[in-house]
Each structure stands twice: as structure tokens, then as C-alpha cells.
Design a protein around this ligand. Structure first.
Ligand code: NAP
Length: 286
């Protein structure tokens, strides 16, 4: 059996089309153009690519974007001062601090400084709390993109066992939190580096979500036949991008699987655009 390929590219395209149409409507009704301000500190090549992709994606749906490029030697106070400026700027609706930040910067207090109503990555503790309580302002982009893929593909979550590998604040924890919300109703297990017999736990999953950061960590024999396999990982191996799931083996066992690239990645950017639009609408009171 060969698994259904969950086409993140095409699902993301339809989300972007919806965002483009709603952005046009907002402009017509209020004259407001949603504006995302990205902050890039240093010259990490992968971060450069991510920020450029986000700029392009904004332009394609009619959102304004500006990129603030700061040197690798930027101090905590300099970065906080820029965030404060953007927090106060009424024409900026979303603020994105590209991670990772250089070592001299304290990422957590930097992210805490972003005004929650402009925190379109949904990393601020206020937004995390609202999400946990099931009354989100913004949803974190990668987990929200995965939920959208499950919904569009008609993948049932109610009563099913979802196993999330990884407990980062950006992916693993919020992913588990969304899966356990009322209405989604999965039974959720979170695995991490101290989990004992992870293969056995994964084999119990109806929906397996891998966010580990280790190329092809999940082998075919860790997947229950017919399970849904969602691969968050983006790992560069030589010239290739490889996920956290052994795609060739897993696609022989799973009923549906996301490819890397072209799976979760495009959804993450699409959800960022959606959050920026939501922020502008909230600011406009519409
Ligand atoms: P992270 O912060 O490094 O977290 C990795 C998680 O994996 C940690 O919780 C860690 O456990 C767990 N882990 C590490 N080794 C393990 C092992 N041997 N067994 C079980 N668990 C293990 O990474 P992240 O930010 O969540 O990202 C994960 C991957 O997703 C990366 O490849 C990243 O590039 C990718 N990513 C993709 C997107 C996208 O849009 N597609 C977005 C974000 C991230 P401990 O907590 O115990 O250390």
C-alpha cells in the first residue's frame, strides 16, 4: 500500500488565496493594508532564506512587509528598542523576530517584549495561555498549519491517539495543546529525548507527528499500519532537505503522509499570513 500524499503546497495555496481575497476586502472597506515587520539579527543563511520567503509570500497576497536587518553584534537593549518602536507603530500589525538569535541575546525576554496583539508567531505567553484555554487570538503557525491540513484532508481526530515527538515551545507543546482541545478531541501523548521505548509509543499512534530535528528519526517499523504521518522536520543532509520521518519506508505503511519539502513548511508561512491579516482586522475592529 502506498500512502496518500498530503499536499501541503496546494493546501497552502488555497489558504493564501483566501488571505489575498480577505486582504483586498479589508483594504476596500477600511483603507488598511496589513503590515508584517520582520527582524533579522545576524547573517544566518537559513534565516535569510526564511525571511526572504516570508517577504515574497506577503507581497503575493497583498500584505506589506518590511525587514529590519540588524548586525550579529546587536545588544539586547538595541533589539528591545526596535521592538518597542514597532509595538508603538500603528501601521505595523505583525512583528516577527526570526529565530535563532545570536547567543548574546536572551530570546525569551525578546519574544516577551513583542506586544501580544502583534505577536503573529503566537509565541508570547499571553497568546499561549489564550490558546491553551481554547480562546485563541493567534494560533502558532506550524501547529495551526498541521491542524488545517488534517481538516482539509478529512482526517478524523476525535477519540484517536495522536503521538507528538518533540516538546519545543514552537511546535511540540502547542501541537499537543491543539490536538487535545474540545472539538478536536484526540488523546495525546508527547514524546521527548527521555521517553522510554519510543518505538512502542509511536506504534500506538493513529496520528504521528514528528518534530525532532533528526533526519529520518522515525523508521517504517515505528508506524502503525494505516496511521497518518506528519513530518515537521526540515534537516539539510548534503544538498537534500530531509524530514524527521523515513519517507520511503513510512509511505509503505501509513495511510497518509506529508512530504519534505512540500508538506508542513508551506503551511507554516500561509498561517503566518493569516495571522497578520487577523491582527490587522482586530486593529481595525472588523
Ligand atoms: P527543538 O526545539 O530542537 O526540539 C526538538 C525536540 O525533539 C525536543 O523536545 C527534544 O527532546 C526532542 N528530541 C530530540 N532528540 C530526541 C530523541 N532521540 N528521541 C525523542 N525525542 C527527541 O526543535 P523544533 O524547533 O521543535 O523543530 C523540530 C524540527 O522541526 C526541526 O527539524 C525544525 O527545523 C523543524 N521545524 C519545521 C518547521 C516547518 O515549518 N516545517 C517549523 C519549525 C520547526 P528534549 O526536549 O528532551 O530535548
Amino acid at each position: 500500500m502506498s500512502a496518500q500524499v498530503i499536499d501541503g503546497k496546494s493546501i497552502a495555496k488555497s489558504v493564501r488565496q483566501e488571505v489575498a481575497a480577505a486582504t483586498q476586502q479589508l483594504l476596500t472597506a477600511t483603507g488598511i493594508v496589513p503590515h508584517l515587520a520582520a527582524i533579522l539579527v545576524g547573517n544566518d543563511p537559513a534565516s535569510e532564506v526564511y525571511v526572504r520567503n516570508k517577504e515574497r509570500a506577503c507581497a503575493a497576497v497583498g500584505l506589506k512587509s518590511t525587514v529590519h536587518r540588524l548586525s550579529a553584534e546587536t545588544t539586547q537593549n538595541e533589539l528591545l528598542a526596535l521592538i518597542e518602536l514597532l509595538n508603538r507603530d500603528k501601521e505595523v500589525h505583525g512583528i516577527l523576530v526570526q529565530l535563532p538569535l545570536p547567543q548574546q541575546l536572551d530570546s525569551m525576554s525578546i519574544l516577551d517584549a513583542v506586544l501580544p496583539s502583534k505577536d503573529v508567531d503566537a509565541f508570547h505567553p499571553e497568546n499561549t495561555g489564550l490558546m491553551l484555554q481554547g480562546r485563541p487570538r493567534f494560533l502558532p503557525c506550524t501547529p495551526a498549519g498541521i491542524m488545517k491540513m488534517l481538516q482539509v484532508c478529512g482526517i478524523q481526530t476525535v477519540g484517536r491517539h495522536a503521538v507528538v515527538i518533540g516538546r519545543s515551545d514552537i511546535v511540540g507543546k502547542p501541537m499537543a495543546a491543539l490536538l487535545v482541545q474540545k472539538g478536536v478531541d484526540a488523546t495525546v501523548t508527547i514524546c521527548h529525548s527521555r521517553t522510554v521505548d519510543i518505538s512502542r509509543v509511536c506504534r500506538g499512534a493513529d496520528i504521528l507527528i514528528a518534530a525532532v530535528g533528526i533526519p529520518e528519526f522515525v523508521k517504517g517499523d515505528m508506524i502503525k499500519p494505516g496511521a497518518v504521518a506528519i513530518d515537521v522536520g526540515i534537516n539539510r543532509v548534503g544538498e537534500r532537505l530531509v524530514g524527521d520521518i523515513d519517507y520511503a519506508a513510512a509511505s509503505q505503511v501509513a495511510s497518509a503522509i506529508t512530504p519534505v519539502p512540500g508538506g508542513v513548511g508551506p503551511m507554516t508561512i500561509a498561517m503566518l499570513l493569516q495571522n497578520t491579516l487577523t491582527s490587522a482586522k482586530l486593529a481595525a475592529g472588523s
